[in-house]
Design a binder for this molecule. Structure first.
Ligand code: DHE
Length: 516
């Protein structure tokens, strides 16, 4: 009996110390960089939501061996293998209570390096003779830097550190002077391209999807998974408003937010609620009491929402990836299960279904004129196909087989070709080129067998296509420049895991061949 009690005592003691151990080790070794609450500080957040893209063996390796070219130290000497295992296990468990990031947290996080008006209103001498609208910004996630690239000479001009893990396209002001980046950890950075300085930063959330900038450059919108919010900032990154993403019954992660400049509004995709939200930033869009106008749909509140208030379109199913017509009146959306719908934002209802297999990546779609009509082409994250949709009747005109599931598709007004990667499958090292006139694959390019080649962006004139050799610099990571007519490699610019590259002109002019 005594032995049994002793065993029980030993067992419960060891389980107490086992359970307490990772927290203690975390506070002792990790909290200083990753935050006592695991929300992140100088190091990234360590929450299950933030770690979704890091596989457990990779996390274990990072704790053991550290991360080259970062401040992440190796802990193999200081912690035993079971301690490291317990620590890794623990950072993948949700925090309780659920993470929050209130207005006060957002306001307190704001940092201004250069007050408005304190930097010269003209581009640095470095840019003399450079076409500022043909610059590219290349996001390198190897060592978390951004390179400013001269699109005429195809050579780097400047490189600066970014926040950890930028995601989504950076968004430019219409004059091309400023650009806004979002990191997965919620940091929004405003960079002055003319002066090559980060001028202000703010943490808008804990787990962020993307950022959008209004067509007039005055409002910045941020979509968050954690907390469930849309955050609106002014151009100096001062908080304007936090909008809780809820339908009154349930709250939702916000998958993405886009600028619909011709409508002077943002359009938000919600991951957990079957609604599309449109948020007007038109100062003339005042809230109108229901009853004063003939309103055919929105009867929920006491008014029809106007300036910076979401206007909701109810749908039958959730949509979390969008593509817009060039005038932004109509959006094509898909859920991650692949159900596609066409929604008219003026009449605020679904107007058609889309026949799409797998998991279409509509956000990466492009359009062009074909046989007297506009067609839209979308890659697919699950199946090796490009779907071509007739935008007059929303029917799938053609399904083009590719080497495998792909992420990004690109073209340009001045080229008859569209380029597609297959980075999610076996053909990840090969780009395929589709003739926009015949809707068929006419060429393939590969520069390094077995290495991912993806994400294309054209120069302003459409003469060159720049693709990412998606590797660390030591493993040959580079931007590979192809002649857009002959598909021959003309240059290789070494980079550290270049993810996306963004041409100022193509983005600001909303080229039909690139994402906006
Ligand atoms: Fe992205 C853009 C969603 C995984 C690289 N990605 C976007 C956008 C959305 C999105 C909604 C458009 C926002 C914008 O540009 O403003 N991405 C998602 C996902 O849901 C998904 C599948 C899962 C996730 O973890 O979020 C996902 N994305 C990835 C990656 O794994 C990629 C390849 C590498 C990475 O670093 O995260 C990746 N996403 C990108 C890039 C863009 C992007 C480079 C900008 C494309 C552009 O040219 O505009």
């Amino acid at each position: 009996m005594k032995i049994a009690s002793l065993l029980l005592l030993l067992c419960s003691c060891s389980s107490i110390s086992w359970a307490a151990q990772p927290q203690q080790n975390y506070q002792q070794h990790c909290a200083v960089c990753h935050g006592a609450d695991r929300f992140g500080a100088t190091g990234p957040a360590l929450l299950p939501e933030s770690l979704e893209r890091l596989r457990k063996p990779e996390a274990l390796k990072t704790i053991r061996e550290g991360r080259a070219a970062t401040q992440m130290l190796a802990f193999a000497e200081r912690l035993s293998a079971p301690e490291i295992e317990a620590l890794a296990q623990w950072i993948y468990t949700p925090v309780s209570p659920a993470p929050f990031w209130l207005e006060a947290d957002i306001n307190a996080s704001r940092q201004v390096a250069f007050a408005p008006g304190s930097l010269p209103d003209k581009p640095k001498a470095l840019f003399d003779g450079v076409d500022l609208m043909n610059l590219f910004l290349a996001v390198e996630t190897g060592d978390h830097h951004v390179t400013v690239l001269d699109g005429d000479k195809l050579s780097p001009l400047h490189r600066f550190p970014s926040r950890y893990a930028l995601h989504g396209g950076p968004k430019f002001t219409p004059d091309g002077r400023y650009v806004f980046f979002a990191s997965r950890d919620g940091w929004i950075s405003k960079f002055d391209i003319w002066n090559l300085e980060v001028v202000a930063e703010i943490r808008a959330g804990i787990n962020t999807r993307n950022v959008a900038v209004s067509g007039d450059g005055k409002v910045v919108a941020v979509a968050n998974y954690l907390p469930h919010t849309i955050v609106l900032l002014d151009a100096e990154l001062k908080l304007l408003k936090v909008i809780a993403a809820t339908d009154g019954k349930q709250s939702s992660r916000v998958s993405a937010i886009y600028d619909a400049a011709p409508r002077k509004s943002f359009v938000a995709a919600l991951k957990d609620i079957p609604q599309v939200w449109e948020i007007s930033y038109d100062p003339k869009a005042v809230d109108i009491p229901v009853g004063l106008v003939h309103d055919y749909q929105y009867k929920e509140g006491a008014f029809i929402p106007g300036y910076l208030n979401p206007r909701r379109t109810e749908l039958a199913t959730v949509l979390d990836d969008f593509f817009f017509t060039q005038d932004y009146r109509v959006l094509m959306g898909a859920s991650r299960e692949g159900k596609g719908q066409v929604v008219n934002l003026d009449v605020r209802r679904k107007i058609a279904d889309l026949e799409l297999p797998g998991m279409p990546h509509l956000g990466s779609g492009i359009t062009w004129e074909w046989d007297g009509r506009t067609v839209m082409a979308t890659p697919n994250l699950k199946e090796g196909v490009v779907s071509i949709i007739d935008m007059k009747n929303w029917k799938t005109l053609k399904t083009i087989p590719t080497l495998g599931p792909g992420f990004f598709m690109r073209s340009h007004e001045n080229t008859p070709y569209a380029w597609i990667d297959s980075m999610m499958g076996k053909g990840k090292d090969t780009l395929q080129i589709i003739d926009k006139r015949t809707l068929s694959v006419v060429a393939e390019v590969k520069v390094a067998a077995g290495k991912t080649l993806a994400h294309i962006e054209f120069t302003r004139d459409g003469k060159y296509a720049l693709a990412s050799l998606w590797e660390r610099k030591a493993d040959g990571g580079a931007i590979v420049v192809f002649d857009a007519a002959t598909f021959k490699e003309v240059k290789r610019i070494p980079m550290d895991k270049p993810v996306g590259k963004y041409n100022l002109y193509n983005k600001i002019s909303r080229s039909e061949g690139t994402s906006h």
